[in-house]
Ligand binder design. Structure first.
Ligand code: AMP
Ligand code: MN
Ligand code: MN
Ligand code: MN
Length: 275
């Protein structure tokens, strides 16, 4: 069975609609797909219908933005009851913060001479979750940078004009929302936070104490070395291992759907929890 437990649609910053995403997953040989849009579940119902039509298993998920020790980290929730009240309230809070942040990003970009960034980014967000990727699309379209990589580097990361220090959910809140909704919590792409070994172990420990079940061992954003490190930590902490492409866009070649390395054999796959 081919599992991809981390992906994005137009309900957040992906470029495919939930149905197009499911169709691509099907064509790519994925049997189990989790849709894990940033801070929202608006794409799940459409994805579920497409999955039923295509004979694919859809896992309702989310990728929550969390402020942890002065950093932004991401916690994936899988197998969620997307109507659960605490989760829905949490989503509203994060979406409101996103709206405020988008206005603030636009104000800051205006200070460096970039006009109408809010309307521009909104056009790309299509009334759904607004994020830095939508600003990136607007900035590229208007010639401020040549591609996504360049635009983030120039405008949207720390110490650049369009960057704002995130004030997202706390780790405790995110865990409560996911577990409250009957879901399984997974640390997304743990190698991406540039945490030193001890800090990473501290995060994993706190996460586990709050009821966390898994960490992404295989992610398209992980090197072979990262995969081995995270497999080691998963086993050390007796956590389940997850696998996800973090797919956003078919034009981005390095994280294509269904093209991930296998989980190291010593790992306990997260899908053992529901199979
Ligand atoms: P946000 O949650 O709105 O702050 O946006 C985070 C998203 O922006 C990530 O999920 C990626 O899709 C994208 N992103 C962040 N950093 C980069 C980068 N350096 N290059 C390309 N995309 C990025
Ligand atoms: Mn994203
Ligand atoms: Mn992420
Ligand atoms: Mn993601």
């Amino acid at each position: 069975m081919n599992y991809d437990l981390h992906s994005h649609s137009t309900a957040s910053d992906g470029s495919l609609s939930p149905s197009q995403l499911v169709e691509l997953a099907k064509d790519s040989g994925v049997d189990y797909l989790a849709l894990t849009d940033h801070d929202g579940v608006d794409g799940i119902n459409e994805a579920q219908i497409a999955a039923t039509n295509n004979g694919l298993n859809l896992i309702p998920g989310i990728e929550l933005s969390v402020s942890y020790q002065n950093k932004t980290i991401h916690i994936v929730g899988l197998q969620l009851d997307i109507e659960h009240q605490a989760l829905c309230k949490g989503i509203v809070k994060l979406q409101n913060y996103r709206l405020w942040r988008a206005e603030e990003i636009a104000r800051r970009l205006q200070k460096v001479g970039i006009e109408n960034a809010l309307d521009g980014a909104r056009e790309f967000a299509h009334g759904k979750m607004i994020g830095r990727m939508h600003f990136a699309h607007f900035l590229i379209k208007n010639g401020y940078a040549k591609d996504t990589r360049a635009v983030f580097k120039k405008y949207l990361v720390k110490n650049k004009p369009g960057h704002i220090h995130g004030e997202w959910a706390s780790l405790e809140e995110a865990m409560e929302w996911i577990i409250g909704a009957g879901g399984v919590a997974v640390i997304a792409h743990p190698a991406r936070y540039n945490l030193k070994r001890n800090k990473l172990k501290k995060l994993i420990n706190e996460f586990k104490e709050l009821g966390g079940k898994g960490i992404e061992v295989v992610s398209a954003t992980h090197s072979t070395n990262d995969i081995n490190t995270m497999a080691y930590h998963a086993n050390e902490f007796n956590l389940y291992a997850s696998v996800g492409s973090d797919f956003h866009d078919p034009k981005v070649t390095w994280n294509q759907m269904g093209k991930l390395p296998p989980l190291p054999e010593r790992c306990k796959p997260i899908w053992n929890l529901w199979n």
